[in-house]
Design a protein around this ligand. Structure first.
Ligand code: B12
Length: 491
């Protein structure tokens, strides 16, 4: 199983601003496959390998099947990996799965002649059926739901597979086949990892493909199964930071309470500090307080814009007042917050984007902000609208710029240059003001001492913060946003 690497950008080279996470989708696939197959994983995103090294690894292990994950900006790299694999192993079967190929299976197979199968949607059941069929003498591919493939040169798309009803039945991700020691949360020297406690979202945000990916449904794991996994991760990998990468962690309030109670019951509070991604309308002060008491330290919210008309345009289903209230609650409770925002949604102008920046700084005052360029991903209504209105001229064949850092939309009110400047300005004015930096330092030290003790905090300062300051001196404050370095990928 392969998580392909894109071209490497300078910021990846510094731990403090580098979040490297286990590719959970692949780890879940590994979890179901390892029952009947020998499975190995190559997380190329961790190792910054060049083409010859990748070929060498493929040759060394000579697998029968190579299964590659592809988010949109990594699709072309996934296709390159498929080519490298077939160069050295002409008989290997190549499968690509993940969000991008789910929505563009036809184009993906056309752009990657070396790829044999596309797996669309939730992968566990489909890949199991596919591999079992491939092992028979006369594989009957027509029977395998959820795949796209070529038959006598013609591309076929079998009907969709159904979603797995009971998520507790899915084996936990096979973390042990991944380089678990190499993953970290923004340079922290504490061991951390990610999990998902639910899949999907019941909302209709125009820019998000999750709704369609999971057939407009939200499914949850039980509180016991979730916390059992937390405990297992803590004991086996000594991970003390867990990030729940759900699309909508708190949609079922009762379950949030149950998870918190179970954290207490299993003795994890004080041992594990966790965070989650949620929507503002799913929480209130009481729930946040409950979460805080159960060891939650970080909340990630998709805020998108500070302009109510823009939020309405993208069907976000939240109000700016509710956003403000939730950030206020979080601050009061001492919870760290990350707000994710983007410039370039339908209706955005330079002026209202500047207003959004000021609103975030004055009204939300989050711990961190992720500023991005609104990007139309396949499978979203935003993508259809962008093509229809000519904001993207045609269906791209090179997807590597779809990172949310490189603006891709041609808007009349907001040029690509405007968007780049807004992102730079937003990062600089928010994160590099002395007031913000001092506030963060005090907060981090205080919270760090509370959670981990004074010694850890000293260690963190010498091992992570000082080298980071040195990195900034060397590469500049914008190194995080610098373009990719194609040289690193070549031989
Ligand atoms: C954690 C996360 C990250 C992490 C780690 C990603 C990783 N390596 O796994 C980080 C922060 C690095 C990240 C970065 C980005 N992410 Co992200 N991320 C997520 C998030 C929140 C959770 C992913 C996850 O673990 N899901 C849980 C697992 C179980 O689900 P899964 O990955 O979908 O896998 C299942 C299926 O897709 C399928 N499958 C997946 N891969 C494969 C491979 C094979 C061979 C097979 C058979 C099946 C299969 O089977 C799996 C099990 O059912 C998702 C939202 C989401 N709910 O998925 C967004 C999401 C995947 N990210 C997205 C985006 C856009 C990005 C970025 C481009 C933008 C950004 N700045 O955030 C970057 C791109 C990074 C890069 N270089 O490619 C989009 C992808 C849209 C798209 N068309 O590609 C999503 C869907 C968010 C969204 N709502 O739009 N991301």
């Amino acid at each position: 199983m392969v998580n392909p690497a894109g071209q490497v950008s300078k910021y990846k080279r510094h731990r403090l601003i580098n979040y490297t996470a286990i590719p959970l989708g692949l780890a879940y696939i590994g979890g179901v496959l390892e029952k009947d197959h020998q499975v190995r994983a190559l997380d190329a995103a961790v190792f910054e390998l060049n083409q010859n090294q990748v070929k060498g690894i493929f040759k060394k292990y000579s697998p029968d099947v190579i299964a590659i994950q592809a988010f949109t900006p990594l699709f072309n790299y996934a296709a390159q990996y498929a080519k490298l694999a077939k160069d050295v192993l002409p008989d290997v079967k190549i499968v690509i799965g993940g969000h991008h190929v789910t929505f563009l299976p036809e184009q993906s197979l056309q752009l990657s002649p070396e790829t044999d199968f596309i797996v669309r949607g939730e992968g566990e059941r489909i890949i199991t059926n596919l591999l079992n069929t491939l092992e028979t003498n006369e594989p009957n591919l027509k029977e395998i739901r959820g795949i796209s493939y070529r038959e006598n040169g013609i591309i076929k798309h079998n009907e969709d597979e159904k979603l797995i009803e009971n998520l507790d039945e899915i084996p936990w991700p096979a973390r042990h086949i991944f380089p678990t020691k190499s993953y970290h949360f923004f340079g922290s020297n504490m061991k951390g990892t990610s999990m998902v406690s639910s899949r999907g979202c019941n909302q209709l945000c125009q820019f998000c493909s999750i709704t369609k990916f999971y057939q407009h449904r939200w499914r949850k794991r039980s509180a016991e199964d979730v916390v059992n996994e937390v405990k297992y991760i803590n004991e086996k990998y000594k991970a003390t930071i867990i990030g729940f990468m759900d699309d909508c962690f708190a949609l079922d309030k009762r379950r949030v309470y149950d998870i918190c109670n179970e954290m207490h019951a299993q003795g994890l509070v004080g041992k594990v500090c966790w965070g989650s991604a949620l929507r503002v309308e799913t929480v209130n002060y009481e729930i946040l307080r409950k979460m805080r008491k159960a060891g939650c330290a970080m909340l990630f919210f998709g805020v998108e814009s500070g302009d109510q008309a823009i939020l309405d345009n993208v069907h976000k289903g939240i109000t700016t007042q509710k956003v403000e209230a939730v950030f206020k609650h979080a601050k009061k409770l001492g919870l760290n917050t990350i707000a994710s925002l983007a410039f370039g949604f339908p209706g955005d102008t330079f002026k209202n984007c500047l207003n959004t920046i000021e609103w975030v700084k004055k009204k939300l005052r989050p711990s961190f902000v992720v500023w991005a360029a609104a990007t139309p991903y396949p499978g979203t209504p935003f993508y259809d609208e962008a093509l229809e209105k000519g904001w993207i001229k045609e269906i791209p064949t090179d997807w590597s710029e779809y990172t949310m850092m490189d603006p891709v939309l041609e808007l009349s009110e907001l040029t690509k240059e405007d968007m780049k400047n807004l992102i730079k300005y937003a990062y600089k004015s928010m994160h590099f003001s002395p007031r913000y930096l001092l506030g963060r330092l005090i907060y981090e030290v205080r919270q760090g001492i509370e959670l981990y003790g004074t010694m850890q905090i000293f260690r963190q300062f010498f091992e992570a913060v000082l080298p980071w300051l040195n990195h900034i001196r060397k590469y500049g404050v914008y190194s995080q946003l610098l373009p990719k370095d194609p040289e690193l990928w070549k031989d």
